[in-house]
Design a protein around this ligand. Structure first.
Ligand code: AGP
Length: 367
């Protein structure tokens, strides 16, 4: 009811604002600064178990699936264990091969998503080991898993997921640390990631406070019939989640592409009427991302870059929203936040029912 809104106009907005404190709860008691590692007792996995996994398979739906894609990259980066995310809604129908040396991770805010719950059952039936990253305590998926981490994001009411997704990404970072530190990840690198995790709440607060600077771009996006969200490698799941959030509450067609794929087809659609939101972190792909933005501009496309302050745009004149830098492996967490605000402000302009968008339910408990 309105009391829970605590003076905010929308749950989605309230939940975006709550993220710094949700992050604090997520990491509390789970990080060890001295040994640069996470302490995840709830997973019920011994160091020997952790060392024994040859692969990681992450299962979730919608935004939880995109959080899983962010997580898979973190696990490959930090632990050098092959990892991928798959839509649980597909996994359950394709007679998947379940391997004893794969760690399965089910990710879900509600813990009640039927597709994800079925996927968990399928893994278990065939002898796989599955842990959960779940927000709702005691939910179906949480109970079905062999162990897990609760997200501690608190109740998420808005259909469009924000704070749960952010905590999912942090959960994956901590699992990546746990897997990495029993393999080749050095103590120094572990400490680097632990320090970066501890810095996240303040950094997220800074982004949320800069809301007005992202809101100024919402009108262009709201006016467009269709938008692209582009990113590559670590930035691609960020783009997918940005497009997802945007289409859920603005009802505008938004599509995510790998920036590298533009020239293989989608570039044909670019003109002055199709704006692009580009994820441009300060990494070794920045130059290639700049070249892609150049190509979009040359075709009269408008671009908004979500970027870091040390990316040199040279004479490329595009509006930018700058987020604080984390460690490169964790940058996707911070790059996602402005996209929540962009979608929120576009939907506000359009006058949509932000918390209960048409055709969608908070959790999909039926097939
Ligand atoms: C997120 O904004 C969506 N409403 C939706 O994609 C959601 O993430 C998905 O249905 C999975 O829900 P869950 O996390 O509760 O399993």
């Amino acid at each position: 009811d309105d009391l829970d809104l605590g003076g905010y106009r929308h749950y989605m907005y309230k939940e975006i604002q709550e993220q710094p404190e949700c992050l604090e709860r997520m990491i509390r008691g789970r990080l060890d600064d001295r040994f640069g590692v996470s302490r995840l007792d709830g997973l019920n996995l011994t160091p020997r178990d952790l060392r024994g996994f040859a692969r990681v398979k992450i299962l979730g739906c919608g935004s939880a699936y995109y959080a899983g894609q962010i997580g898979a990259t973190m696990i490959e980066d930090l632990a050098r264990v092959p990892a991928d995310a798959e839509a649980a809604s597909e996994f359950r129908y394709r007679n998947p091969i379940i391997e004893a040396d794969t760690l399965y991770i089910a990710v879900s805010q509600s813990g009640e998503t039927a597709d994800t719950a079925f996927a968990v059952e399928e893994v278990k039936r065939k002898g796989g080991r599955v842990v959960g990253l779940v927000n709702v305590v005691g939910s179906t998926i949480a109970r079905a898993c062999d162990g897990g981490l609760y997200l501690h994001a608190g109740p998420e009411i808005a259909v469009a997921s924000t704070k749960a997704l952010t905590n999912m990404a942090v959960g994956f970072a901590m699992i990546a640390l746990a897997l990495g530190r029993v393999r080749d990840l050095s103590n120094a690198d572990g400490q680097r990631i632990v320090a970066a995790l501890r810095a996240l709440p303040k950094q997220v607060a800074a982004i949320v406070e800069a809301e007005a600077r992202i809101a100024e771009h919402a009108k262009i996006c709201a006016d467009a019939r269709s938008l692209f969200f582009i990113g590559r490698v670590r930035g691609f799941p960020v783009a997918r989640e940005g497009a997802q959030k945007f289409k859920e509450i603005s009802y505008r067609h938004a599509e995510a592409y790998q920036t590298s794929e533009l020239k293989h087809g989608p570039l044909a659609l670019i003109d002055e009427e199709l704006p692009t939101v580009a994820i441009v972190p300060s990494d070794d792909l920045a130059d290639r991302n700049l070249a892609a933005m150049q190509q979009i501009k040359a075709r009269k496309g408008q671009v908004l870059a979500i970027t870091h302050d040390d990316v040199d745009f040279g004479d490329l004149d595009v509006p930018r929203f700058v987020v604080p830098r984390s460690e490169p492996e964790l940058d996707p967490i911070l790059l996602t936040i402005p996209l929540q605000l962009l979608a929120y402000h576009a939907a506000l302009i359009l006058g949509h029912d932000i918390d209960k968008p048409r055709n969608l339910a908070k959790s999909v408990t039926v097939e």
